[in-house]
Design a protein. Structure first.
Lengths: 219, 431
């Protein structure tokens, strides 16, 4: 049995960008926390996900921060998410951009690259900070350097805003805890699928499982 | 129907058993000092009959009843848990929370009663250890190992054997061994091995081919198999009467001969592409469904040197093992910024690029030439540092064995975290 070379396992990076603005306080943020818990335990049942999925959480309220830097499933610790304040989506996108450039490994002659990252962005309202530039940067990467999925929840979301960030925009019409459950179930299925069917053809769009009834695709 | 008092003597045993059977779908009727057990469905009635006829002891009867109930539960409601003799269905999302609750139940009071009644679920809870510490790497690997399934392929059409190997000793000083092993992903899903290989020997030429069918394409195993066979066939035909001229004082072969060899390799690739397109047309499907990579390499001794020539579309690697010391990679893998992004022989305009995909090596001291799909190549990266270890191990253990094909196949089962693709390698080596 040959010795393993350090750190040469290819990872599937998964980024969760979660809104913790004031409007998410109470049931919504609790449902999000439950959802993250569910996501982790669900992925831990899938052997490919255990060996390749790495998760990171970036949250945004009045400020934006990377609560959990990219870490493997078994070492993931749920972040504290308190909902209050405004919506620094621009800040979150800047952090994401930085991660895609520096945290994710690209293939080089001496380094094994990661699989194409999956990004799930969830927000319930309009951004309150400077976000346009960061959004445009992310849009450039969307599809090519990462599969970015934006999900708006509730009536205060502007689909146009999300479309500026990525082509793949979905809408959750309500804040019901069950809707969040469905969302995280779908995230789990997407990650499982990505860890199994690594698409070989880089031009083909990411094949995602059908979203649940609670979430509509915005064409 | 039966009277429990005929089978149990202690009142509390009768009561408890009655409760258990009630939860397992039986009808219990108290008649004076009789506890009547009845049922209305055929399977339970059958068990009652067996109990009555003395064919089934009471504990076995309870066991079998539990199995019936379990089957019914699983059909309707999914996972259930036995607590205190009661079956509680669990909504999937809350499974873990309920598990935690159960583990905290004080079972000491239950112990005496359950001894007679043999309730396995409760015993299991007793014996279960609750992992609270972070699992060690070894434990992680073992735990993951137990989750991996190994299912036979579900699709009965276009059958590809799960693992294959082959070996030819040319008794001219060279031998070729090849093996292809289905990866853990396909085993877990119950889908086919998508890799293929082929090799042959003619007129002093060794011809090796490996191919990796695209994971996302349903019939890529057909594409990879056809490509390998057609390419090897094409090269065999071209090389039957072809020899690279050996002339006194010549350091490298004549340009003319090398160009001819280049054409042969291009034609072999083209014939593979054509065969795949024809197969797609025959089946009336898009040729993309048969997408595959293809790596071809040929070898011939040349004076006191060796000619190694290759053509490659896709990822994977063709490597040369020099004098037991160093590795060079011939050609280049197609790859994107990220893992698993590559090109296929069915890709648009690929035939226009074939000129740039042919590579030559003219070297003395070649001990082995190997062609491998990325399921193997990826595990020995970076090539210059890690692949020598692979060659050493193969030359020492695989080739010296009685059945090199089988030994190579066994070797391909090595454990490596994050490595679950099909694995294929064909190696030409000096005997």
């Amino acid at each position: 049995m040959l010795n393993e070379v350090e750190g040469t396992s290819r990872r599937l990076p998964v980024y969760l960008l979660l809104d913790r603005s004031g409007s998410m306080s109470g049931e919504p943020i609790e449902a999000v926390k439950q959802g993250v818990k569910y996501l982790i335990s669900s992925l831990k049942k899938e052997p490919q996900a255990i060996e390749t999925a790495y998760l990171s959480v970036i949250s945004f309220g009045s400020d934006a921060r990377q609560d959990v830097p990219l870490v493997e499933l078994n070492n993931f610790k749920e972040p504290k998410l308190d909902a209050s304040g405004t919506t620094a989506l621009g800040g979150a996108l800047k952090i994401l951009n930085n991660c895609l450039e520096n945290e994710v490994r690209k293939s080089t002659p001496t380094q094994k690259g990661d699989y194409k990252p999956l990004v799930f962005l969830m927000t319930d309202g309009e951004p309150t900070d400077e976000w346009e530039n960061a959004a445009d940067e992310i849009k450039k990467k969307s599809g090519k350097l990462a599969n970015i999925i934006a999900v708006g929840c509730g009536p205060n979301v502007n689909a146009k805003t999300l479309k500026r960030i990525t082509e793949i925009v979905l809408q959750m019409s309500s804040y019901q805890p069950d809707d969040f459950n469905q969302f995280f179930k779908w995230v789990s299925q997407s990650v499982k699928q990505a860890s199994i069917k690594f698409t070989k053809d880089s031009d083909a769009p990411a094949a995602l499982p059908t979203p649940p009834a609670a979430i509509q695709i915005i064409p | 129907m039966i009277d429990l008092s005929n089978y149990l003597h202690k009142t509390e045993d009768i009561e408890d058993t009655a409760n258990v059977l009630n939860n397992l779908g039986y009808k219990i009727i108290q008649e004076n000092d009789k506890t009547i057990v009845n049922a209305s469905d055929p399977s339970r009635l059958k068990l009652l009959a067996q109990l009555q006829e003395g064919k089934l002891p009471i504990l076995k009867f309870i066991d079998e009843s539990r199995k019936i109930s379990s089957k019914e539960m699983n059909k309707e409601r999914g996972p259930v848990i036995l607590v205190n003799g009661k079956q509680i269905p669990i909504p999937n999302e809350n499974f873990e929370e309920i598990c935690l609750d159960v583990k905290q139940i004080d079972l000491s009071k239950m112990e005496n009663k359950t001894a007679d009644m043999n309730l396995p679920a409760v015993e299991n809870i007793d014996n279960q250890s609750i992992p609270v510490e972070e699992t060690t790497d070894e434990e992680k690997d073992n735990a993951v190992g137990s989750i991996w399934r190994d299912l036979p392929p579900a699709d009965k059409e276009d059958w590809a054997e799960v693992n294959i190997s082959n070996y030819i000793d040319h008794s001219n000083g060279w031998a070729i061994v090849g093996a292809s092993r289905r990866g853990k992903t396909h085993a877990h899903e119950g889908s086919h091995r998508d890799d293929s290989f082929a090799f042959d020997f003619i007129n002093g030429w060794s011809i090796l081919a490996v191919a990796d069918g695209a994971g996302s394409c349903r019939l890529s195993r057909v594409g990879s198999k056809i490509s390998c066979f057609k390419a090897v066939e094409s090269l065999k035909t071209c090389l039957t009467d072809f020899k690279v001229a050996e002339i006194e004082g010549l350091e490298i072969p004549d340009q003319k001969d090398l160009l001819q060899l280049k054409d042969f390799l291009k034609n072999a690739m083209k014939s593979a592409i054509q065969a795949v397109n024809e197969e797609a047309a025959k089946r009336k499907i898009e040729n993309n469904l048969l997408s595959t990579t293809l790596l071809l390499v040929v070898h011939h001794a040349w004076g006191n040197k060796n000619i190694v020539a290759s053509i490659q579309v896709g990822d994977g690697a063709i490597s040369i093992w020099h004098e037991g010391k160093s590795v060079t990679i011939l050609g280049a893998a197609d790859s994107g910024i990220y893992a698993s992004e590559t090109t296929f022989i069915t890709s648009n305009e690929i035939e226009n690029e074939l000129d740039y995909r042919v590579f030559f090596a003219i070297k003395p001291g070649v001990n082995a030439v190997a062609a491998m799909t990325d399921g193997v190549a990826d595990d020995f990266f970076p090539y210059d540092k890690v692949m020598p270890e692979m060659f050493e191990e193969l030359c020492e253990n695989v080739l010296e064995s009685d059945n090199p094909g089988e030994t190579l196949l066994k070797w391909l089962a090595y454990e490596r975290r994050g490595s679950f693709d099909d694995r294929t390698i064909v190696m030409l080596h000096r005997r």
